[in-house]
Design a protein around this ligand. Structure first.
Ligand code: 2AM
Length: 193
């Protein structure tokens, strides 16, 4: 079995900037794990554990659905968290998909998942996970922390980056954290403007 997900990897300088947000100290009563700098990505779909022979099928289908896309840019938006109600579990930075390319990829992906009889996801909210919250004992301290994060993130909000490819990753869970390695990369066609 392979734990697989489809994602957009990010430029190194952007990863460095995102990681700088991790320097804000977590308040007492908020315990979490900041995503490792090299691991930031924008998940397009999490396949979960799939048999090896299905990975090849998925890759062929992705090749087909991603054909025709040309490089496009995305813009960093502000931070947010999931779930919106109740105890926050995941803290992230959102993305503006101004040209609607992510939406289009997602629509094609959902059709392809249906054809492959794989589980689909109704809602797609483009984000880059920053912190996975393990324990939150003081909601007010979280609000303060989040306000500080909103403030700090204005530095990087509005930054754009070019998406030139999409990658099918393998995720291996180790005691030191997840290790992501590319299984297959799908470069977009055409010249970069
Ligand atoms: P995330 O973008 O919200 O962090 C690799 O593990 C990626 O797949 C993670 O970044 C995570 O999404 C997503 N992922 C991991 N486990 C998942 C699950 N059980 N359901 C949905 N997505 C998951």
């Amino acid at each position: 079995m392979v734990r697989a997900f489809l994602a957009i990897d990010l430029p190194l300088d952007l990863k460095r900037e995102l990681y700088s947000l991790s320097k804000i100290p977590l308040p007492e009563g908020l315990k979490g794990k900041w995503v490792e700098e090299e691991n930031y990505h924008l998940t397009l779909h999490f396949f979960g554990n799939v048999p090896e022979n299905l990975v090849e099928k998925i890759a062929r289908s992705l090749q087909g659905l991603l054909r025709g896309f040309t490089p496009f840019s995305l813009t960093l938006n502000g931070p947010g968290f999931f779930p919106e109600r109740g105890t926050p579990r995941v803290l992230w930075i959102g993305l503006k998909d101004e040209a609607g390319e992510l939406k289009e990829i997602n629509q094609k992906l959902q059709k392809s998942l249906k054809r492959l009889k794989l589980e689909r996801k109704e809602r797609f909210h483009p984000h880059i996970t920053l912190l996975r919250i393990k324990e939150l004992r003081d909601p007010e301290a979280f609000q303060d922390y989040f306000r500080r994060l909103l403030d700090e993130a204005t530095r990087i909000q509005g930054k754009t980056f070019l998406v030139k490819e999409v990658t099918l990753f393998k995720s291996e869970l180790t005691p030191k954290g997840p290790v992501y390695s590319p299984l297959k990369t799908f470069p977009f066609q055409g010249d970069v403007l």
